[in-house]
Ligand binder design. Structure first.
Ligand SMILES: Nc1ncnc2c1ncn2[C@@H]1O[C@H](COP(=O)(O)OP(=O)(O)OP(=O)(O)O)[C@@H](O)[C@H]1O
Length: 241
């Protein structure tokens, strides 16, 4: 469960208000899609949620733990997939996964089983002994996803996760997200792919110029728009105001 209250963040000594008094709640068992135009404040919000940026104001609580007051407890239940697949290039895929298994305390048979299943799911088994520096963009994205899923996070946070994935892997990831939430976990992800958000998410939030301008189920968002045709139409109407 994620609770965000009055969250704000500025850059350049206040000249750029990236996130402005954001309030948001995502319940256990929900897939939440975070949408917004370029520069709206999605990545800044996500970086504060995972403890990579300090908020100017407001609070973020993950499964009851404040990200700023109890960062270790909060981070233990999070996995984060950033929008740029930067990863230790001098490790092989399997060395990287074992490193994360050690960091998150996933050991023995469970580690082996999960790594095998996830490598099969994302079709990366053939490359797992190669150095990550030889991986393509999509392969790097996949090894980061596998590493992030290794400890079966209660709260799975992803910044534009479909970018660089081939259609089959993207589909496998979407199915995984749904199964993960069906077990009572939470998924929060940002995307520009409105079709994915419309089909996959239980609820959607739209951020524009740092402010949450809409939030709800597709049915609730439909009620905010004169043109109830598609999420694309609703998004364009709301963010053009
Ligand atoms: N390190 C930084 N220093 C100064 N300004 C920044 C910094 N990072 C982001 N910004 C600004 O903050 C605002 C929000 O940026 P952010 O990256 O959070 O948007 P976003 O919604 O993730 O955009 P995109 O969809 O393009 O990835 C933008 O105006 C951006 O220029």
């Amino acid at each position: 469960m994620i609770e965000i209250s009055n969250l704000s963040k500025s850059y350049n000594n206040g000249a750029i208000k990236a996130v402005d008094e954001l309030n948001l709640e995502v319940k256990a068992g929900e897939i939440f899609g975070f949408l917004g135009p370029n520069g709206a404040g999605k990545t800044t919000t996500i970086k504060m949620m995972v403890g990579l940026l300090k908020p100017d104001n407001g609070t973020i609580t993950i499964n009851g733990h404040s990200v700023t007051e109890s960062p270790l407890a909060a981070k233990q239940s999070i996995s984060f997939v950033p929008d740029t697949p930067e990863v230790y290039e001098k490790l092989t895929g399997i060395e990287y996964l074992n490193f994360l298994g050690d960091a998150y305390g996933v050991s023995g048979e469970i580690r082996r089983e999960r790594i095998n299943a996830l490598l099969d799911l994302f079709e990366l088994k053939g490359a797992v002994s190669d150095l990550i520096q030889t991986y393509s963009h999509g392969m790097r994205q996949k090894i980061i996803l596998i590493g992030a899923l290794l400890h079966e996070p209660e709260v799975f946070i992803l910044d534009e996760p479909m970018v660089g994935l081939d259609p089959k892997s993207a589909n496998n990831l979407k199915n995984y997200m749904r199964e993960h939430c069906n077990k009572g976990n939470t998924v929060f992800f940002s995307t520009h792919v409105l079709e994915v958000a419309e089909k996959l998410c239980d609820r959607i939030g739209i951020i524009h110029k740092g402010k949450l301008i809409a939030c709800g189920t597709m049915a609730e968002l439909n009620n905010l728009s004169e043109d109830q045709e598609s999420l694309e139409k609703i998004f364009l109407e709301l963010t053009n105001k």
